[in-house]
Design a protein around this ligand. Structure first.
Ligand SMILES: [Zn+2]
Length: 963
């Protein structure tokens, strides 16, 4: 379903006949055992079975394999395994000239990702020309009106039909088989017309790893007795079947494509330029069927007339469902705001995205509250009928959909004043982030240019909201992304700093919160790529012509491996680039002694920022050190600069002094299994495993006390593990005090605070309402210490304080830690607790906030003084002076960068902590109050996590000196 995972997705228990796992009857068979000794998986046979033909008007040829011959029973009777659809499609591709099969990648677990093209043989023979026509409709730059009209005359619409992106929403994949079978094998006039007039592409199994996970669980939980599923609703065991291998919700991955399934799918869909994209999901089994038109609000960068077009499809589905007397509804939820869903991505390409949500019935008949019983096969039937109805609507309205597709594409690429807006990204030493940005955009067909000379950006707005009246200069090498391009909608939707809700949408959300304490927002409200990657980005215009070259692929990392003219005394790696962390981690794994600098230094003609790494020759005497370091640097996509002398050429530190701190190799464990949140666990796991490539162990949260934690010096507690942390507080405290680095995130951080597990002096605002002035004073002192400006004259020639003019006094006494409370002065509630409870009602569901980084903290190495940080929820963290607040949110009036932040929330979150560190014995506790590596692409805050993991054991904890 499209809901965030925070909302419950119930999946019912699966039972039924499963011929694929037949086991011999034993001598001890009980009467309950089936006659053939097999566990029941799928619908009942005989009485109670659902034997309605899916497409009664279709007439099938017997020359093409019936899927029931391969499945062992009628399509949809039980969930197909991840391999069975493939077997059907391979058979059909061999038997029929209507269908071809194409791979577009593989899942993490190596399962093929593929799609099939089904259309009339005559269309297959001229497919290249037909797809070229569609590509021209997508990109009409230079296309004359007569040529456009001629194109529309001959073009065929393309439908991309995608199924079961959430692995445990299984009926879609089985419906894809039924739909494909009709298109491949039916000979009736309606099917022939569809083949002649539409190019149908079916993507039958979008998440094979997740599907296989839930199938295995369902099989393991099945028995011999097949009964109605009216008591228990099963979601599957942790980590359930929704996500892919790394438990990513791939219906949130369309914006960044960090997962191979998404990246492969982007490439595939971009070949076809569909006018319709269907994404078939499931929702609670107690629900009926939802389809589009979607709910408000809708992202402003979607095609003109999106809802009207969705209505054409929705009306067709409704008519088909009415003919069966099936229940359905539209518009009650599933809004079109966030640009990272399947249907949203479709819309950003100019297509019409349509979502289906079937009440989930995985195999076992489900009795609803009304008493009505629904079988798995009936749910598959719903998905198949909805699919056919959409294809019919596309076919019968082909002229409308093709011409609106072209006219909207013309609007997007037109040379209009509003299309003059460009995004400029300036290089800032973090090549890893810029390369990731280029990967994300170019893989989606977004055009990027690289400036070959310096240029000025006019009317520039930067990522922190600073609007410049003067042109801002950018150097050669800066990236320019224009909105006037075929994927211009995506450029705006992904990179605009803040997409704002309309007044009507705000009004509606506020009313819902005030009256019912219910938010209508389904998912995070902030996603801007320049914020997530903290790119030095500007929106503006380029009135002067800029000489550029296209950037079509991700540039190779610039790693220098020079022949050494001298024997280096040391090597240094620049920490401005995230790649430095990968290097440091792997250098330590290779047994090297690595130091991190606590201030900037210079060497070999290169300036290294604070946090940069140093490897000294005399401390690393084994093997061919020069080759080893060069190899490690190359693998990390960075450069190890050889240094000929330890003496600083400037006022910076010499290389042998106390500003270079020896690191300790991280030995990392992360807590998995219930009750950790599967998707945020997955984001952390993915970061550890792929971005850092660090050896690590996943510990079972259910058995934490059974491990010898002395093996590890870093322990990561993902969100959701609060009860485990509280239960094992003593164990964790002992381990931390002995030198461990305990890193907690999100809700688990809340569980470690002073008033709960007591592992931290940090406290939640709701528990410290009487002490707010004390915490405010800590913030003020911290900011004052950062912004010290000594008036020497006044110091040595003091004036009586009362002599100050009132205006001066106002300015100098201004406590900038004090939130701007004017807008929330009349918060109802008699007590501080009641007022805080009311304010919590307006907590953000994903807002990008401005945070300040503490420059003396090693946790912030590689970060600028300000950082965009995604925050959601109601936990606001206050820190006493004894706790280092490495990253702190700004005062309220500076706080919002993107997303919806009500004034009540701004006041609560202002000045609170994003990232804290405190010593406990020989170890330390590090709390992230939100998720830093969210969805795999929030790399700006992920850097803080990398710092905590890689630098923590050496810089914040004491390791015993080895013998
Ligand atoms: Zn879903």
């Amino acid at each position: 379903m499209k809901h965030s995972t925070a909302l419950l997705v119930f999946v019912p228990l699966l039972l039924g006949a499963h011929t694929a796992c037949a086991a011999p009857l034993t001598a001890t068979a009980s009467p309950a055992q089936t006659s053939d000794g097999t566990l029941r998986l799928g619908d009942p046979t005989g009485e109670g079975s659902y034997d309605v033909p899916f497409f009664p008007d279709a007439r099938y040829t017997e020359r093409v394999t019936d899927p029931s011959d391969l499945l062992g029973q009628a399509t949809g009777t039980r969930m197909a395994t991840d391999l069975e659809p493939r077997a059907c499609f391979e058979a059909w591709a061999a038997e029929s000239d209507r269908v071809t099969l194409h791979e577009h990648g593989a899942s993490h677990e190596g399962r093929a990702q593929y799609h099939v093209i089904i259309t009339a043989p005559k269309n297959h023979r001229r497919l290249d020309a037909l797809l070229a026509d569609n590509a021209r409709l997508f990109d009409p730059r230079g296309l004359s009106e007569p040529d456009g009209a001629a194109l529309l005359e001959r073009a065929l619409p393309v439908a991309w039909m995608g199924y079961s992106i959430h692995g445990d929403e299984t009926s879609g994949c089985d419906a894809a088989l039924a739909l494909a079978h009709r298109l491949v094998a039916a000979t009736d006039p309606a099917t022939r017309a569809m083949l002649d007039e539409v190019i149908t592409v079916i993507d039958p199994i979008m998440n094979p790893d997740g599907r296989q996970r839930i199938l295995t669980q369902a099989e393991q939980m099945s028995g011999y007795t097949n009964s109605l599923n009216h008591t228990g609703l099963l979601r599957g065991r942790w980590p359930r079947g929704r996500g892919n291998h790394y438990l990513f919700d791939m219906n949130r991955d369309w914006i960044a494509g960090t997962q191979p399934e998404t990246a492969g799918r982007w490439q595939a869909i971009l070949k076809y330029h569909p006018q319709l994209l269907v994404d078939a999901h499931e929702m609670s089994g107690l629900d009926t069927y939802l389809f589009y038109p979607q709910a408000d609000p809708v992202n402003p960068h979607t095609p003109t007339g999106l809802i009207e077009s969705q209505t054409v499809f929705g009306t067709a589905i409704a008519k088909a469902f009415d003919s069966h007397s099936w229940d359905y509804y539209t518009r009650e939820w599933a809004d079109g705001w966030a640009p990272f869903y399947s249907d949203a991505w479709a819309a950003l390409t100019g297509a019409i995205g349509i979502l289906y949500e079937q009440g989930a019935v995985i195999g076992n008949p489900m009795r609803r509250a009304s008493g009505a019983v629904i079988t798995y096969r009936e749910t598959v039937h719903h998905q198949a009928v909805a699919s056919w109805a959409c294809l019919e609507a596309l076919r019968t309205n082909a002229d409308y959909f093709l011409s609106r597709y072209l006219s909207d594409a013309r609007r997007v690429v037109a040379d209009t004043p509003e299309n003059q807006a460009v995004l400029v990204v300036r290089p800032r030493g973090n090549e890893t982030r810029v390369r990731e940005f280029i990967r994300i955009l170019t893989s989606q067909g977004i055009e990027i240019e690289r400036a070959l000379a310096p240029f000025g950006t006019h009317a520039a707005l930067d990522r922190f909201g600073l609007q410049s009246t003067e042109p801002i200069d950018s150097p050669a090498g800066s990236l320019i992304i224009r909105t006037a391009q075929p994927m211009g909608r995506a450029v705006r939707a992904y990179c605009e700093f803040d997409t704002r809700l309309s007044a009507a949408a705000l009004q509606s959300e506020r009313e819902s919160l005030e009256r019912k304490n219910e938010s209508k927002i389904y998912d995070t409200m902030a996603w801007s790529l320049p914020h997530a990657l903290d790119l030095d980005a500007l929106w503006g215009t380029l009135p002067d012509k800029v000489k550029t070259e296209p950037v079509t692929t991700v540039p190779a990392p610039t790693t220098t491996r020079a022949n050494l003219p001298f024997t280096p005394v040391a090597w240094a790696v620049d920490a401005a680039d995230d790649a430095a962390l990968y290097f440091a981690a792997h250098a330590m794994e290779a047994g090297l002694q690595v130091h991190a600098s606590d201030r900037a230094f210079t060497g070999g003609g290169h300036s290294f920022p604070r946090g940069s790494f140093l490897i000294r020759r005399h401390e690393n005497t084994t093997g061919d050190l020069d080759t080893l370091i060069a190899t490690l640097a190359h693998a990390a996509h960075t450069t190890a600069h050889p240094l000929a002398t330890g003496r600083a050429p400037d006022a910076g530190p010499d290389l042998g002094g106390g500003h270079f701190h020896l690191l300790t190799r991280p030995r990392v464990a992360i807590l998995g299994n219930a009750p950790t949140s599967p998707d945020t666990f997955g984001h952390l796991w993915y970061h550890l495993d792929t971005r850092l490539g660090l050896t690590h162990t996943i510990l079972d949260a259910q058995s934490l006390s059974s491990y010898d934690l002395r093996r590890y010096n870093v322990l990561i507690l993902p969100p959701g593990a609060g009860s485990i942390a509280t239960e094992h507080a003593e164990l964790l405290e002992d381990w931390t005090s002995s030198g461990g680095t305990l890193i907690a995130l999100g809700s688990t951080s809340a569980a470690l605070t002073s008033e709960r597990a007591g592992l931290s002096e940090v406290t939640l605002r709701r528990h410290a309402l009487e002490d707010l002035p004390t915490f405010a004073a800590v913030t003020t002192r911290e900011r004052n210490a950062r912004d010290i400006a000594i008036d020497t004259e006044a110091l040595y020639n003091p004036q009586p304080i009362e002599a100050s003019a009132p205006d001066d006094s106002d300015t100098s006494d201004k406590d900038n830690s004090k939130p701007d409370t004017a807008s929330v002065a009349n918060i109802p509630g008699e007590t501080p607790e009641a007022r805080d409870a009311w304010m919590r009602r307006f907590s953000p569901r994903g807002a990008m906030l401005r945070a300040e980084t503490r420059s003396e903290s090693w946790l912030t190495a590689g970060c600028g003084p300000l950082l965009p940080a995604l925050f959601s929820g109601s936990s606001a963290y206050l820190t006493p002076a004894s706790v280092e607040t490495a990253v702190r949110f700004t005062p309220a009036h500076q706080l919002p960068l993107a997303g919806l932040l009500w004034p009540e929330a701004a006041e609560r979150i202002a000045d609170t902590a994003y990232l804290t560190r405190e010593s406990t014995g020989d170890g330390q506790v590090i709390l992230f109050t939100s998720m830093p590596a969210y969805r795999g692409f929030h790399l700006a805050t992920a850097r803080l996590l990398s710092n905590a993991i890689v630098l923590g054991p050496g810089l914040g904890a004491s390791a015993p000196i080895p013998w």
